[in-house]
Write a protein that binds this ligand. Structure first.
Ligand SMILES: [Zn+2]
Length: 281
């Protein structure tokens, strides 16, 4: 089984997690930029973080046979802080980097005007750079937040196929399915979606445009949740091809739109990150 976690914050995880993820089948991840718990106080703090997502973290992942790409953005929460918002002016040069496969996470947290301005500005940046966008939806008042999110996406004129709307649940999946955007589900130990609820949604909505992630970070979360969903799908009667579509081919198709997804580099195990055997000699 090959697994691509399309949303995981590895910077806050240990090398043991990388080892366990690889053992569970994870061969590729996308790490979106987010907040750090402790508020940032200046733009330089973002730039060091972006550099870590472009340099140190892919190196750490590669040591465990996992391919690492990132999405960069000013996150919704810190869009409200005037000390942080100026990072928007620094983003264009970062979005040119090879391993940046999307703009993200952007979107609403508390649905303030400042968040909306940063969201719109970054949708425009994504269009300028021909990049897909990873959109976070608020954890409070999720239905209204998701509706407004889709309004902003529509008004921006960005093709819905370039937009992944994340952290969905039973209340919000329908409107995103109708929008033409990709649907993301974060599987957590005790909130949001769990593997069985995810399987129910896959039965109801099918496997197209559906992505499953662990969104693991420094909070209570588990980077092996993607594998749990795969196992739950098989137990519920889905075939191996369905699992491969949701846990591998869908994230590859979505982030592949960047033209920068590179899954071909060999690992020490003799197979590449896509699970294909490398022909040697
Ligand atoms: Zn996140």
């Amino acid at each position: 089984m090959r697994i691509f976690d399309p949303h995981v914050h590895m910077t806050s995880r240990t090398t043991d997690d990388y080892r366990r993820m690889h053992a569970a089948g994870v061969r590729a991840v996308v790490e979106p930029a987010f907040w750090l718990g402790q508020p940032r106080t200046n733009v330089g703090s973002f730039l060091d973080y972006f550099d870590a997502l472009l340099g140190w973290e892919p190196y750490r992942a590669a040591q465990h046979g996992i391919r690492h790409h990132c999405a960069l953005a000013l996150n919704p929460k810190e869009a409200n802080d005037p000390r942080c918002a100026p990072v928007l002016a620094e983003l264009p040069r970062y979005l040119l980097k090879d391993s940046v496969v999307a703009v993200g996470e952007v979107g609403y947290d508390s649905m303030t005007p400042e968040e909306e301005r940063a969201f719109e500005a970054q949708l425009a940046l994504a269009q300028d750079n021909d990049l897909p966008v990873l959109v976070h939806t608020p954890h409070r008042d999720k239905a209204e937040g998701t509706r407004r999110t889709l309004d902003v996406v529509r008004a921006a004129g960005i093709p819905p196929g370039l937009v992944l709307v994340d952290h969905l649940n039973e209340l919000t999946v329908g409107m995103v399915a109708d929008s033409g955007c990709w649907m993301g589900f974060s599987i957590y130990p005790d909130t949001k979606m769990d593997p069985d609820r995810m399987v129910t949604l896959l039965k109801q909505y099918g496997t197209d445009r559906m992505l499953v992630n662990s969104a693991a970070d420094w909070g209570r979360s588990d980077p092996l949740k993607t594998r749990e969903v795969a196992d739950a799908m098989l137990a519920a009667g889905f075939g191996g091809d369905d699992v491969d579509q949701v846990l591998w081919r869908n994230p590859v198709a979505f982030y592949g739109q960047s033209g920068r997804l590179d899954l071909s580099s060999g690992s020490e195990s003799g197979s590449d990150y896509a699970g294909n055997t490398i022909k040697r000699g």
